[in-house]
Write a new protein. Structure first.
Length: 396
C-alpha cells in the first residue's frame, strides 16, 4: 500500500487525508497543535461561499462552485449543522453599480444562482438594509466548519488513518529509497509522498522540504464584532458590500450564524505574528521575515495609503467599525456591537508585491504543497482534496 504523510490538520489537510484514504492509501496526518482545526478553519466566518467573486475558469471559481454542493452534502450526510440561506451583495451608492454588474456577469459565467434585484426587493429579505441595487445569491450558506473537521477526524480514525496531534514537522528530506522522511519530536515518519497543507506555515514547510516556493505567506488579521442580542433583529441573514476588485478581501459584512448570533467583519490588517490574533501577539522573527521580503514594500507603496491606514484606524476605533456596518444597515450603531474575536488569513504574496488571487499548488518529486488556500478554501476543501489526490495517485 502506498503511503502519504499530510502536514497540517485544518479542514484542507483533513479533507485531503480523507480523500486519499478513500483511494486506498495509507495516511498519516501531522498537526503541530493539541487540537484539530486550530487556526484558519477554527477562526473563520463559517460561510459556505457560492463562487460569485472569482475569475471564471480559476481554481477558486471551479472549486468553490463544486465545493458549495459537496461540503453541504457532506455536512448533511454526517450530521454537521448547515443551512443554505442565501445572501445579499448590496451596492450602497451609484458608483458601485458597475462593479455589482460585473459580479452578476461572473455569477452567470461561474454557474452561480444569482439575480439582480431592486432596493425594494432587497428589503423583502433584509428590512433594514440600505442599497441602490443588490444581488441575491441563493446558494450561499452557513456551516459549522470545526464540526466538519470533527466528522473527518472521526471517519479517518474509523478508516485506520494515523492521526497525530502535537506533532510538528521539524525536518523533511528525501528517503534513501525514494519517498520522503519527516522528522517529528516523536521520531521519523516515512512515506511515499508528502502533502503540505500547513496553512500559515505552508511556505516554511515547503522550504523545509527543499522547495523554493514562488510566493511567501504574509499574515493578515481579520477582526470581528458581534451584534448585541437585543440588536440581532436588524439582520436576518448575510449582507455583503460590493468588494474592491483590486483586493482579495470581501470587505466588512454581516453574517447571521447557526446559533442566531450575528457576526460583523472582518477588517484586514497586517498581523505581527503568523498566529497573531491580537495586536499584542508579536514575533520578532515573523516581523523580520515580512520586512525582509521585497513584496511587502511593493504592496505597501500600492496600498498603505489610504487602504491600509483606513484598516488600521478601523481596528482601533469601534466607531469607525460601526460606521462601515452602517453603510449596509444604517440602524447599526456603535452601541450595538461588541468585540468577538479574530482570525488570521494566510495570504500568499509574490516578490513583486502582488497578492496571489487564486489557490496556489506547487509540486516537487513526491511532494505536493498547498501554498495559497485562504477563503474560499474551507468551502472548496473536498474539491481541493480531489485535485491533490489526483496529483498524488498520478505520481505527483
Amino acid at each position: 500500500m502506498r503511503s502519504v504523510v499530510v502536514v497540517g490538520g485544518g479542514i484542507v489537510g483533513l479533507a485531503v487525508a480523507w480523500e486519499l484514504t478513500g483511494r486506498g492509501l495509507g495516511v498519516t496526518v501531522l498537526e503541530k497543535e493539541a487540537e484539530w482545526a486550530s487556526h484558519q478553519t477554527g477562526h473563520n466566518s463559517n460561510v459556505v461561499h457560492a463562487g460569485l467573486y472569482y475569475k471564471p475558469g480559476s481554481f477558486k471559481a471551479r472549486m468553490s462552485v463544486a465545493g458549495n454542493r459537496s461540503i453541504v452534502e457532506f455536512a448533511r450526510e454526517h450530521g454537521v449543522p448547515v443551512e443554505v440561506c442565501g445572501k445579499l451583495v448590496v451596492a450602497t451608492g451609484d458608483e458601485e453599480i458597475l462593479a455589482l454588474d460585473v459580479l452578476a456577469e461572473r455569477a452567470v459565467a461561474n454557474g452561480v444562482p444569482a439575480k439582480r434585484i431592486t432596493p425594494a426587493e432587497a428589503r423583502e429579505y433584509e428590512p433594514e438594509v440600505s442599497c441602490v441595487a443588490a444581488l441575491r445569491v441563493e446558494s450561499t450558506g452557513i456551516i459549522d466548519y470545526p464540526g466538519v473537521c470533527a466528522a473527518l477526524v472521526r471517519l479517518l480514525g474509523e478508516a485506520g488513518a494515523d492521526l497525530r496531534l502535537n506533532s510538528a514537522a521539524l525536518g523533511i528530506r528525501a528517503g534513501r529509497n525514494g519517498g520522503v522522511e519527516v522528522a517529528t519530536g516523536a521520531g521519523i515518519v516515512r512515506a511515499d509522498a508528502l502533502v503540505n497543507c500547513a496553512g500559515l506555515h505552508s511556505d516554511r514547510v515547503a522550504r523545509l522540504a527543499g522547495l523554493m516556493p514562488s510566493a511567501q505567506i504574509v499574515p493578515f488579521r481579520g477582526e470581528y464584532y458581534e451584534l448585541r442580542p437585543e440588536s440581532r433583529h436588524l439582520v436576518r441573514g448575510l449582507i455583503y458590500p460590493v468588494p474592491d476588485p483590486t483586493l482579495p478581501f470581501l470587505g466588512v459584512h454581516l453574517t447571521r450564524m447557526l446559533d442566531g448570533s450575528v457576526h460583523a467583519g472582518p477588517n484586514a490588517v497586517l498581523a505581527l505574528r503568523r498566529e497573531g490574533y491580537r495586536w499584542t501577539d508579536v514575533s520578532a522573527k515573523d516581523i523580520a521575515e515580512v520586512a525582509a521580503f521585497p513584496g511587502t514594500w511593493r504592496l505597501a507603496r500600492r496600498y498603505a495609503i489610504p487602504t491600509g491606514l483606513d484598516e488600521v484606524r478601523r481596528s482601533f476605533s469601534k466607531r469607525r467599525f460601526a460606521a462601515s456596518l452602517a453603510r449596509l444597515v444604517p440602524a447599526v450603531t456603535e452601541d450595538d456591537i461588541v468585540r468577538h474575536g479574530s482570525g488570521v488569513r494566510a495570504q500568499a504574496m509574490r516578490r513583486d508585491g502582488s497578492l496571489v488571487d487564486d489557490f496556489l499548488i506547487e509540486t516537487a518529486r513526491d511532494q505536493v504543497h498547498v501554498l495559497n488556500a485562504p477563503s474560499p478554501a474551507a468551502t472548496s476543501a473536498l474539491e481541493i482534496a480531489r485535485h491533490i489526490a489526483d496529483r498524488v495517485t498520478e505520481g505527483v
